[in-house]
Design a protein around this ligand. Structure first.
Ligand SMILES: Nc1ncnc2c1ncn2[C@@H]1O[C@H](COP(=O)(O)OP(=O)(O)O)[C@@H](O)[C@H]1O
Ligand SMILES: [Mg+2]
Length: 188
């Protein structure tokens, strides 16, 4: 990959839902190390743009390139494996699981299970360490045994980021909701 090539290149993407044009000729590039923000009022097309980028929706026209590969219309799991991660707005993915288990699901997802029992133990040990590492990165290391559903709203958002990090993305798309009502009061 040449240095100047962007990590993500969205090229003249248009998306129509029937007669409604949700995205019109959107072009964006994100270089490695760059932080970009997409802002806009309700209905502006932010979620649609994320969905097109991560493969949830195939755009009506235009192209999406990730690390110079054309990923337009590839299924989300393929795009995730290529290193493009995302969080969703307001979704607790595994409410009944502990923080440890939730992060472990993501860490484990990409790993083949070794056939040899000793190798399997080593692999589990590596996965445990990776879960601790990610939990520490986001500041949840002391809450590994807490049930996800019992976390504060702020910690739930942080857990979402930990889950997204567990797939080792090269680029992470984060959806943030302005806090409303009780959630905002809780954080104060
Ligand atoms: N699945 C869908 N079917 C039809 N219209 C949709 C669908 N998803 C979004 N839209 C419409 O597309 C436009 C952009 O929506 P969206 O991407 O959700 O905006 P934002 O995330 O910026 O609030 C809105 O007018 C919305 O009503
Ligand atoms: Mg949205």
């Amino acid at each position: 990959m040449s240095i100047s090539e962007p990590l993500l290149k969205i090229e003249e993407v248009t998306h129509r839902f029937g007669g409604l044009v949700a995205l019109k000729d959107v072009s964006i590039t994100v270089q490695e190390g760059e932080i970009r923000g997409i802002i806009g009022p309700n209905g502006a097309g932010k979620t649609t743009l994320f969905n097109v980028t991560t493969g949830e929706i195939k755009p009506t026209s235009g192209k999406v390139y990730f690390r110079e590969q054309d990923i337009t219309g590839l299924p989300p799991q393929r795009i995730c494996k290529l290193g493009l991660g995302r969080t969703f707005q307001m979704t607790l993915i595994f409410p009944g699981m502990s923080v440890f288990e939730s992060i472990w699901v993501g860490v484990n997802a990409g790993n083949p299970i070794p056939w040899h029992p000793l190798k399997r133990i080593e692999s589990m040990q590596r996965e445990r360490e990776r879960v601790f590492e990610i939990a520490t990165m986001v500041g949840l290391q002391d809450k590994l045994n807490h049930q996800a559903a019992n976390l504060s709203y702020g910690d739930q958002k942080v857990l979402e980021i930990a889950l997204a990090l567990s797939t080792n993305p090269a680029l992470l798309l984060l959806s943030m909701n302005p806090l409303k009502g009780s959630a905002r009061r809780k954080l104060k």
